[in-house]
Design a protein around this ligand. Structure first.
Ligand code: FAD
Length: 292
């Protein structure tokens, strides 16, 4: 079994990390194809992968079993995500201690999105309101766990202003966040401005940009609307022109993301996190492009 190491040690080295994010399948049937995609990506030796945490019980079980398969069968460095949604402190303690006993040394600590059908996040009685509370809680139980936290180059949708979002990011980092992974963005200028603002707040931890290759115009419009990231006009109009040809859309999406990655690496980012949407081919093409 791959020895799980704190990701912050990798981010502190001179070579930028390349990591890939997966989300758990909706049912057990999808597990094998996801494990297959992860095995193909593993052949490119990403520095780590992460597995998102859903709002419902069955997705959570699948998230845990997919993480275990990736860690034990494919020998990947795995960072499970964990959210505050629907769990009391006691339940979160059981999950966190379980991760630790299973050998994980990294967790992406989040507040989480409200479950389907629920408009706003509601704190579970006996649970936490903010990711910073979860970060402090995990650190108090396992000081040696390395914690990723989320950052929003275009502001978290619920934050009244970028300033207040940066204030709460500082609280989250000071509570024990080791590095920031950003929400997806398609314009690097947005990321560079964000990086400056974060650093000028005195937040010194590494900031890893999150990059998503567009796979379909309809899907990316839905995703960007949900997370309130902007889709540049030039990308949207290029995608519209080839909309009826799924392979042309995919190629354009990968080319755009590869150009973003090349520019980010040239500007010294500590790593790149790829939102691969469980698709091995595009993730592999981006890893290869990043290493060229
Ligand atoms: C890299 C990444 C991975 C993700 N993975 C998942 C996942 O696996 N599962 C999932 O469900 N969702 C995931 N998300 C989405 C995330 O859960 C949502 O964006 C969620 O709405 C906010 O989570 P957070 O951890 O950023 O919350 P927080 O940092 O708690 O912030 C939430 C909001 O509250 C505000 N806030 C924070 N602290 C305070 C405070 N003390 N007082 C007042 N306001 C405050 C913030 O400004 C922000 O508006 C991910 C997002 C990213 C960027």
């Amino acid at each position: 079994m791959f020895e799980q190491k704190p990701i912050i040690d990798l981010l502190d080295s001179s070579v930028p990390t390349l990591s890939v994010e997966f989300f758990p399948p909706k049912s057990q049937d999808g597990v094998e194809s996801l494990v297959d995609a992860a095995s193909r990506i593993a052949s490119r030796k990403p520095d780590f992968v992460s597995v998102t945490y859903g709002a419902g019980g069955s997705t959570r079980d699948l998230s845990a079993s997919v993480s275990e398969r990736m860690k034990n069968d494919i020998d990947l460095q795995v960072m499970p995500h964990l959210t505050c949604v629907g769990s009391t402190k006691e339940e979160l303690a059981t999950i966190v201690d379980g991760f630790y006993q299973d050998g994980y040394r990294n967790i992406m600590a989040l507040r989480g999105d409200p479950p389907k059908g629920q408009e706003a996040f509601v704190r579970t009685e006996g649970g936490f309101s903010y990711a910073s509370d979860l970060v402090a809680f995990i650190k108090s139980r396992h000081p040696d766990i390395c914690l990723g936290i989320a950052g929003y180059p275009e502001k978290h949708p619920e934050a009244p202003s970028m300033d207040s979002d940066l204030d709460t990011l500082k609280v989250k980092a000071d509570a024990g966040g080791s590095f920031i992974t950003t929400q997806l963005f398609f314009d690097n200028a947005v990321f560079f401005q964000y990086m400056e603002k974060v650093q000028s707040r005195g937040i010194q931890i590494p900031i890893v940009p999150g990059i998503m290759p567009v796979l379909s115009l309809k899907q990316i419009k839905r995703i960007t609307q949900l997370c309130q990231s902007s889709l540049p006009n030039s990308l949207e109009s290029q995608l519209s022109k080839v909309e009826s040809d799924p392979e042309a859309v995919r190629r354009l999406g990968v080319e755009w993301a590869a150009a973003q990655i090349e520019d980010l690496l040239a500007n010294g980012v500590p790593g790149i996190h790829i939102y691969a949407l469980n698709k091995a081919r595009s993730a592999i093409e981006l890893i290869d492009a990043a290493r060229r």
